[in-house]
Design a protein around this ligand. Structure first.
Ligand SMILES: [Zn+2]
Length: 232
């Protein structure tokens, strides 16, 4: 048996039996893990109240190499009241945590994915950000972190560069643009959306309009679904 001490985010909880909970955790040290939390619903003092999503918690886990680890202790180390205070920020956080649950493989440390999620939750908590734009930025970065980054500069089949300022065809499931010679794709990526996505990848969120953020989110969502195998 080994012990895992880590910071973590709760990405899902499912009630089992009378008192227990299975929590899907995204941990900074060991990536995604499913943990049984005994007595969670009887107000156990060692884990009580610490299974809220959006807050960063510290966990002590017992790992016997089985599918489920056992959560022995948890406590909140950073609350994010600002995320919970608005439906828009709470929704953006929820989408990102669901992406993490589907996209990251179990028991695989994802330090870059961890950094992206924490940065998103902190900026949502600050109240000074456009939630959907920040979510789009995080989505592009999460895809890149696991090797599914979208290529918006060239055809993913033949590698030919896409001319600047022209509409292009994009197939999110194949990872980016597909030129007409290579068969094209159903979805058209407008030049301004292409520019906006590039701005997000470079961290220039202020240049991106709400409509552009929605167009990028639609593309990110389809790429997530294709790679992680889930339907919305
Ligand atoms: Zn091509």
């Amino acid at each position: 048996m080994s012990r895992i001490e880590s910071e973590a985010l709760v990405v899902r909880t499912v009630e089992v039996g009378d008192a227990d909970v299975i929590a899907t955790l995204f941990t900074s040290q060991a990536g995604k893990l499913s943990a049984i939390v005994r007595g969670a619903r009887k107000g156990s003092r060692r884990v009580g109240g610490a299974l809220e999503p959006v807050h960063t918690i510290a966990v002590l886990l017992e790992d016997r190499g089985a599918e489920l680890v056992t959560l022995k202790e948890s406590r909140i180390v950073k609350t994010r009241a600002g995320v919970v205070s608005s439906l828009d920020t709470l929704d953006a956080a929820g989408v990102a945590l669901r992406w993490a649950r589907h996209l990251f493989p179990p028991r695989t440390p994802e330090p870059e994915g961890w950094r992206i999620l924490i940065e998103l939750l902190d900026v949502l908590d600050s109240g000074h950000a456009a939630p959907r734009t920040e979510l789009a930025r995080a989505g592009l970065a999460m895809l890149a972190a696991v090797g599914y980054g979208l290529d918006l500069g060239r055809c993913v089949v033949c590698g030919r560069a896409c001319p600047e300022g022209k509409a292009a065809c994009i197939d999110p499931a194949r990872g980016g643009l597909v030129c007409r010679a290579c068969g094209g794709a159903v979805t058209v990526l407008l030049p301004e959306v292409q520019r906006a996505a590039r701005a997000l990848m470079e961290g220039r969120t202020a240049e991106v309009s709400a409509d552009q953020a929605e167009a990028i989110l639609a593309i990110v969502d389809r790429a997530m679904a294709a790679h992680a195998g889930f339907e919305r």
